[in-house]
Design a binder for this molecule. Structure first.
Ligand code: ATP
Ligand code: MG
Length: 504
């Protein structure tokens, strides 16, 4: 997080957005607990431990950034960052499991716990404010030898782009480099004092999202802040936050600057908009702020299709899952967004006489080719999307060994959830989704029963109407298997909330 912030911050320094002289560093305000009212119980023990350890070693240390903002607003932060005047080496020496990461922007990861339960507290050293003009001067000074440059903590290339930004500075300079006033506060969990240089506390109270300094300049320094503005506007809208007019004003004008941002960074920012629990709110904010088009092609498509029942259901579902603390996969959401193209291409190819499976494969290839820039270089993501789509026709086969094989597939759950959404909008039979729901959670005997049911139904239907089955399935179907006692359909766990199975 902090690493990203720092790398984002200076990615374009020197090229654009020259700030003449030092910016307004603000006025340090120390706000006591009786004024800010942060609930100390919401502070993570490990973050507390990092701050305490640093302070006991004689350093200045605070919780910083988004965690302070969330604490102030009464939200439980999802992660904690710490800022300190200790250098990365000094930080590392104080913790058993600490790793200095990044070259351009060195920070320390202090790691607690193991495996799934592990937690990383990112510790960054206060960075000095970067004066672009000075940076360019260094770059333009031919007398600066390579070895001198290499020895400098703060080096720039010939265009003034910062190669390394490891110049440590005072806290007020660290604060002014942050993006929004509410993201630039420091909280000492020991004394419970909150340090604020840019009236973040006042903006939090007045529910205003405001960029520090001149918003136009700050977007030019790092255009990704445009997307961050949308993200925080969406996240905080339910709390009544509005984007300050001077912060919102230059957004549209600065939009073309995003063309210079690496695609991978835009992609990651798009995912943050869509997968942090505020997908629908982000779409609403994109429209409201006039950014419905132009950030990233796939995002344009999400906004365009946000009201399509299927995409809408997927966005809602994603928000719900994040809200419930469940994991979400970008492959699922993007598979939903692009499904209409796959489905229509698949149907068209079948209408042209192509067989079901090759038609689907080719339709998927067409979609990836058309959007190669959007998901290229993301092998796993594209592979997962492909698998979700390719599994859809396999849900039609419910006899023989086919369903047993399907539930074993690694991507079964995602593919089933995808099919469930299709059923929700009437694209596949609801009964089919219910059947798979049962099948995916049932015990062995129930599974046999379910397959048996389908076989019986198939037998009752006129021959021509029966679903075609591959040879292998037919062979696997038991012919003289003993009849099993039909058990009552289970209710409760397997039933969606509000269904007949729910005790009301
Ligand atoms: P979230 O709750 O979504 O993690 P956050 O505010 O913590 O929100 P991060 O991306 O984790 O956001 O960044 C941590 C902090 O680093 C921010 O609060 C902000 O102070 C600073 N920051 C991050 N990105 C930028 C940027 N592009 N420009 C300026 N400051 C930034
Ligand atoms: Mg964060």
């Amino acid at each position: 997080m902090i690493k990203k912030f720092i790398s984002n911050l200076l990615a374009k320094a020197g090229g654009v957005g020259k700030t003449p002289g030092k910016p307004d560093l603000g006025k340090r305000m120390e706000v006591p607990v009786k004024t800010h009212g942060i609930d100390h119980d919401l502070v993570d023990d490990r973050a507390m431990n990092v701050v305490r350890t640093l302070q006991e070693a004689g350093f200045v240390a605070y919780i910083v950034g988004g965690a302070v903002r969330d604490l102030l607003l009464g939200l439980r932060p999802k992660d904690f960052d710490v800022a300190t005047d200790a250098t990365p080496e000094q930080v590392k020496s104080l913790f058993r499991r600490a790793f200095i990461i990044g070259r351009r922007f060195r920070i320390v990861h202090v790691v607690y716990g193991r495996g799934r339960e592990h937690e990383v507290i990112e510790v960054s050293t206060f960075r000095a404010y970067l004066d672009n003009a000075a940076a360019e001067q260094v770059a333009g000074n031919e007398k600066t030898s390579k070895s001198e440059l290499a020895g400098m903590k703060h080096a720039v290339d010939s265009t003034g782009r910062v190669l390394r930004d490891n110049v440590w500075g005072p806290q007020e300079e660290d604060a002014v480099r942050r993006d929004f006033t509410i993201n630039a506060m420091y909280y000492d969990p020991q004394t419970q004092v909150l340090v604020d240089y840019h009236n973040g506390i006042k903006d939090a109270k007045n529910k205003t999202l405001r960029m520090i300094g001149d918003a136009g300049v700050r977007y030019r320094e790092d255009p990704v802040r445009i997307i961050r503005a949308v993200r925080f506007a969406a996240k905080l809208a339910p709390l009544g936050f509005k984007v300050d007019s001077q912060t919102a004003g230059p957004l549209l004008k600065c939009l073309p600057l995003l063309a210079d941002v690496p695609q991978s960074r835009l992609f990651d920012e798009m995912l943050k908009l869509l997968q942090t629990g505020h997908a629908l709110a982000s779409v609403a904010q994109l429209r409201k702020l006039g950014l419905a088009r132009g950030i990233y092609p796939l995002l344009d498509l999400v906004v365009e299709r946000a009201e399509h029942p299927f995409v809408n259901a997927a966005l809602q579902d994603t928000d719900r899952r994040v809200g419930e603390g469940k994991p979400v996969a970008p492959s699922f959401l993007l598979a939903c967004v692009l499904w209409a193209d796959v489905r229509d291409g698949w149907a068209a190819r079948q209408a042209d006489g192509q067989n079901t499976h090759p038609a689907l494969h080719d339709a998927i290839d067409d979609v990836f080719n058309a959007r190669i820039g959007d998901v290229s270089g993301r092998g796993k993501l594209a592979a997962d999307m492909r698998e979700i789509w390719l599994m859809q026709p396999r849900f039609e086969k419910r006899v023989g060994s086919a369903p047993f094989g399907l539930v074993q597939q690694e991507r079964f759950r995602a593919s089933f959830d995808f099919m469930r959404l299709r059923a929700d909008i009437g694209e596949v039979d609801e009964a089919l989704a219910d059947w798979w729901q049962e099948f995916s959670i049932g015990d062995e005997a129930l599974l046999e029963d379910l397959v048996d049911q389908v076989r019986q139904e198939n037998l009752k239907r006129p021959r021509a109407a029966r679903a075609p089955r591959p040879e292998s399935d037919a062979a696997a179907e038991p012919t003289g298997a003993p009849k099993k006692r039909r058990r009552r359909r289970r209710t409760g766990a397997a039933s969606p909330p509000g269904s007949a199975g729910d005790p009301q």
